[in-house]
Design a protein around this ligand. Structure first.
Ligand code: HAM
Length: 437
């Protein structure tokens, strides 16, 4: 019977065939973050809706159009559309911000946004993100950008551009808002309904509208860089000096405003030219007011998040290397019921040694079992038939070289198999070194 319940639009299954790609990105991102002193944090999948209204912002597309919210009893809860708000809430609630600064955390999590789906834009997607709290210095911005850059480089991504901008602080933003309002006021008959309401409350959001007409109008809008106060300008210039110092290429893009309301000063995006319209693989910036807004002491902070689906898409397009998945060390081929029992005891012992061992549990023929062992890429096989059980000896076959070695099936078997595996590993290593030379 055909399964007629399909997965919802905009979500994906990650099957065992592709999981090594996810493990590759997660491991490299995590290793790099740890090298920069970040520690992992895990936060809930849903939060009180007010958390996102207050942080992401009531006039953003995310809050206005894209949140998955349920009413449970009398409280509204929302599936996290991003990781920053929940992470900062958790840092506050668990007292992390009372500890020595800076506090640096990273996370790997799924996010939910009810967006129009297209290539690279999903309704459930995954982010690797970091947040650093407690430094207002541009060197912290340089650290965070350098970490994102390091992860993308270690993953082997090519043709990635880094764009940076400063969207100022509330002080300089006030002047900028006035200029934007004046600009859009004269063109307001063409703005979409949502942007018309943004004109009063938060004109900068119009710059981020996905409607073609609004983004066309916004092309000639005043740019924030012309309105920065001295402190914000200096911060931005120092960051640029640091990036140059570290040989991290970047371009200034005054059009980057980001789609979330909490940002101040530095914002940045890493963009790929290889995956179509949804090309931002990483986005982030400073949010110096957010912690106070959520009830903490005024504490500057910043971070970024990368979209794991998009990163994997770029890696696939560019034929980047993924970490090879582990394969079976030994496949035991039992020929009858008695041999199955022997296979069980050998398997149990070898698994205690940490080996990946399997034996036939579907009753295949010898030939079919050998084919299966080949299919799962087993390094060695061990056939157990009547003769082997009588003599208590069996041949371990190296599936790559065809070499066979007869071993006693006694209590020393696991040690002997261990020695063979070590030899095999050293042999493979020698081959690799010889190839390199
Ligand atoms: P964001 O720009 O909304 O920022 O998302 C970060 C990244 O998540 C994007 O650059 C993109 O790669 C990926 N992404 C976003 N939406 C989707 C989607 N619908 N489908 C697939 N991938 C998507 C944030 O979320 C901020 N919290 C980042 C941050 C952390 N800023 C400071 N700290």
């Amino acid at each position: 019977m055909a399964l007629n319940i399909k997965r919802p639009n905009g979500v994906q299954d990650i099957t065992p065939k592709n999981i090594h790609k996810w493990h590759t990105v997660e491991k490299i991102a995590k290793d790099n973050a740890e090298n920069f002193g970040f520690k992992e944090i895990r936060i809930p999948t849903f939060e009180n809706t007010n958390l996102f209204m207050r942080s992401v912002g009531e006039t953003t597309d995310v809050v206005q159009k894209e949140m998955y919210t349920v009413m449970a009893k009398e409280t509204k809860y929302t599936l996290r559309p991003e990781g920053t708000a929940g992470t900062i809430r958790a840092m506050l609630e668990n007292g992390l911000l009372n500890d020595a600064m800076p506090q640096k955390v990273f996370y790997i999590l799924s996010c939910f946004r009810h967006e129009r789906t297209q290539q690279g834009r999903f309704r459930e997607f995954h982010q690797f993100g970091v947040e650093m709290a407690g430094s207002q210095l541009p060197s912290a911005d340089a650290e965070v950008i350098s970490l994102a850059n390091s992860i993308l480089n270690h993953l082997g991504l090519k043709n990635i551009e880094l764009y940076i901008n400063s969207i100022g602080c509330p002080k300089c933003r006030a002047e900028y808002h006035k200029a934007l309002k004046a600009f859009f006021e004269t063109r307001k008959e063409n703005l979409c309904g949502t942007c018309l309401s943004r004109l009063e409350k938060n004109p900068m959001r119009i710059l981020d509208c996905k409607s073609e007409i609004c983004s066309d109008i916004a092309k000639d809008a005043p740019i924030i860089l012309d309105y920065l106060c001295n402190e914000c300008r200096e911060h931005f210039e120092t960051l640029q000096k640091y990036l140059k110092n570290m040989n991290i290429d970047f371009k200034i893009n005054p059009k980057i405003v980001r789609g979330l309301d909490y940002y101040t000063k530095t914002v940045f995006e890493f963009v790929s030219s290889d995956i179509g319209a949804q090309s931002t693989v990483c986005g982030g910036g400073r949010y110096d007011g957010l912690i106070e807004q959520l009830g903490g002491k005024p504490t500057p902070a910043l971070g970024f998040a990368m979209g794991l689906e998009r990163i994997i898409m770029v890696m696939e397009n560019q034929n980047c290397d993924f970490l090879q998945p582990r394969t079976c060390d030994l496949y035991i081929v039992p020929m009858d019921e008695q041999a199955v029992e022997k296979a069980m005891t050998i398997t149990k012992k070898l698994r205690e040694y940490g080996y990946w061992v399997e034996y036939d549990v579907v009753g295949r023929t010898l030939k079919a079992q050998m084919k299966y062992a080949d299919k799962i890429n087993a390094s060695f096989t061990l056939v157990l038939g009547e003769n082997e059980l009588v003599s208590n000896k069996a041949k371990v076959k190296n599936m790559k070289t065809g070499e066979q070695l007869e071993l006693d099936l006694d209590e020393k078997f696991a040690d002997r198999f261990d020695a063979i595996c070590v030899d095999n590993m050293l042999g493979n290593l020698d081959q690799l070194i010889a190839k390199d030379e």
